[in-house]
Design a protein around this ligand. Structure first.
Ligand SMILES: [Zn+2]
Length: 69
């Protein structure tokens, strides 16, 4: 599945059913690139450092987040 299609699907799923629907979708296609989104305040599926839930650019990895806390 092309990444731009994944992104479109995720945005639509989020608008329709929220974050859990996006994560369920990513699980269903075995999409496993996750990162920490400061807007969502949780680990979310990411695409090219962009949160697939809210579209925010991810700049810090989960490891870096642990160092900050
Ligand atoms: Zn987000």
């Amino acid at each position: 599945m092309k990444t731009n299609i994944i992104k479109q699907r995720c945005l639509h799923l989020y608008e329709a059913d929220g974050m859990s629907a996006v994560i369920d979708f990513c699980n269903s296609i075995k999409y496993n690139k996750y990162g920490y989104c400061s807007q969502c305040e949780t680990d979310v599926p990411t695409l090219k450092n962009e949160c697939l839930v809210c579209g925010t650019t991810i700049s810090k990895s989960v490891k870096q987040r642990r160092n900050l806390t």
